[in-house]
Design a protein around this ligand. Structure first.
Ligand SMILES: C[S@@+](CC[C@H](N)C(=O)[O-])C[C@H]1O[C@@H](n2cnc3c(N)ncnc32)[C@H](O)[C@@H]1O
Length: 360
C-alpha cells in the first residue's frame, strides 16, 4: 500500500467516499506524497514522456511561435512570457534558445513559470539557470504589459469531476475502500461541485454514462483570456483530448510507460483526463478574445516548419542521431504517435496577422 493510499483509506473510513476530483488532486498534488513531488515523473526514464522531452524541436518551434506572436503584436517593449506547468523546464529552455535569434524579444521579455511542485521548481531552476525567472503558484493576474502564455500537458493534469445520472437524480463518481482496495462508487454531488453539474448535459446521458468537468481548467482559461483581452497577447495550449466536447470516462493512469488502474498506485502513477478543448474554446470566446480554429499537434508543428528543422539537425548528425531525429519527428507529428490525439488551442488579442500554425 502506498503512503498516500493509507492516508486516503483513513479519510474514507472517517468521512465516507471521496470524489474523483479530490482523489486526483491528492494523488497528484499532496504536499508530501503527491505524484508531482516524486523525483522523476517524466522523461525517458520516468513514467511517461512529453513532447519537449522527446525532442528539442518541439520547444524550439514554440519559442519561434512566441517571437512571431510578439512581432504580430507590434513588438512591444515589454511582454510577459508565462509557462504553466513547466515540468523539467525543457520546453522553456529550448524555446529560449531559439528565441535568442531575436534579441529584441528576449530583452522585452519577463519570464514567469507557474508551478506547484517544489521538486520540479528545483529542476526548472537548473534548466533555466541563465535566465531571470519569477515563479508563481497560480496564474499571475497582476502583471503589467501583454501576456504570451504557453501550456503543454498542463490542463490534463488538473482534477476533474465525473457526473452521472441515476434513478434518484444526479450523482458524482467517487472512491471508497472495500476489501482492502480503493474502489469506485457514487455519491451525492457535493455542494462545491454542484455549479458544474449541468442538468442540460446530464439529461442527455445514457444510464451509467459519464460526463467530466474540470473546474480549474475553466477558471484558469477564464483568467488568461481576461488578461489577454485587457492587456493584449496570446495563449497556446497543447494537450490531448477531443476537439469537440464528448462524454465518457477519460480518467487514466500511467506508470513506467504503461496504463494501469487509476486507483491502484495513488501518488506513484501519473493521473490525467482528456482536455475538453471545445469547452475551453467556448470559455475563452466568452471573454472576448479571438479563438483560432483548433488544430492537431501534427499539423501545427508541420506548419511551423518541423520538417525543415529536422533536416537542419540531421545535416550535422551521425547516422544513429539521424535515426533518432527521424523517429522523434515521426512520433511528434504522425497519427500513430502524438500528431492527431494531441490538439492545439490558441486564443489571442488583435494581431497583425493570424498566429503561426493555424489557418483562420
Ligand atoms: C504532465 S506535466 C507537464 C510538464 C511539461 N509541461 C512538459 O510538457 O514536459 C504537468 C506539469 O504541471 C504542473 N502542475 C500540475 N498541477 C498544477 C497546478 N494546479 N498548478 C501549477 N502547476 C501544476 C506539474 O507539477 C507539472 O510541472
Amino acid at each position: 500500500m502506498t503512503d498516500l493510499e493509507n492516508i486516503l483509506k483513513r479519510r474514507i473510513e472517517e468521512s465516507g467516499p471521496i470524489s474523483v476530483h479530490d482523489f486526483m488532486s491528492d494523488a497528484l498534488l499532496h504536499p508530501e506524497f503527491g505524484y508531482y513531488q516524486r523525483s522523476n515523473p517524466f522523461g525517458r526514464s520516468g513514467d511517461f514522456i512529453t513532447a519537449p522531452e522527446i525532442s528539442q524541436m518541439f520547444g524550439e518551434l514554440i519559442g519561434l511561435w512566441c517571437v512571431d506572436c510578439w512581432a504580430k503584436m507590434g513588438g512591444p517593449s515589454r511582454v510577459n512570457l508565462i509557462e504553466l506547468g513547466p515540468g523539467n523546464g525543457t520546453l522553456m529552455k529550448d524555446a529560449l534558445r531559439s528565441a535568442k535569434l531575436v534579441p529584441e524579444f528576449v530583452n522585452a521579455m519577463s519570464l514567469h513559470l507557474v508551478e506547484v511542485s517544489d521538486r520540479l521548481i528545483n529542476k526548472q531552476k537548473m534548466a533555466l539557470s541563465d535566465h531571470t525567472v519569477q515563479w508563481h503558484s497560480h496564474f499571475p493576474e497582476d502583471l503589467d504589459g501583454p501576456y504570451i502564455v504557453i501550456a503543454n500537458e498542463f490542463f490534463d493534469a488538473l482534477p476533474i469531476h465525473q457526473f452521472l445520472q441515476s434513478e434518484s437524480g444526479p450523482k458524482e463518481r467517487a472512491i471508497t475502500y472495500v476489501d482492502d482496495k480503493l474502489t469506485y462508487t457514487t455519491m451525492a454531488v457535493a455542494p462545491d461541485a454542484q455549479p458544474f453539474c449541468n442538468p442540460a448535459y446530464l439529461d442527455k446521458l445514457e444510464p451509467g454514462e459519464i460526463y467530466e468537468v474540470c473546474p480549474s481548467a475553466l477558471s484558469i482559461i477564464t483568467s488568461i483570456a481576461h488578461q489577454i483581452a485587457e492587456k493584449g497577447g496570446a495563449a497556446l495550449t497543447l494537450d490531448y483530448g477531443p476537439e469537440k466536447s464528448a462524454t465518457g470516462d477519460s480518467f487514466q493512469a500511467l506508470k513506467d510507460h504503461k496504463y494501469v488502474s487509476a486507483l491502484e498506485h495513488p501518488g506513484e502513477a501519473d493521473l490525467t483526463a482528456h482536455v475538453d478543448f471545445g469547452r475551453l474554446a467556448d470559455v475563452a470566446r466568452e471573454c472576448n478574445v479571438t479563438v483560432a480554429p483548433i488544430t492537431s499537434q501534427g499539423r501545427f508543428l508541420e506548419r511551423l516548419g518541423i520538417e525543415a528543422r529536422a533536416l537542419q539537425l540531421s545535416a550535422k548528425a551521425t547516422d544513429s542521431q539521424k535515426e533518432k531525429i527521424a523517429s522523434d519527428h515521426k512520433r511528434l507529428v504522425s497519427s500513430s504517435g502524438m500528431g492527431t490525439l494531441f490538439k492545439v488551442l490558441c486564443f489571442h488579442h488583435t494581431l497583425s496577422a493570424s498566429p503561426a500554425g493555424f489557418r483562420e
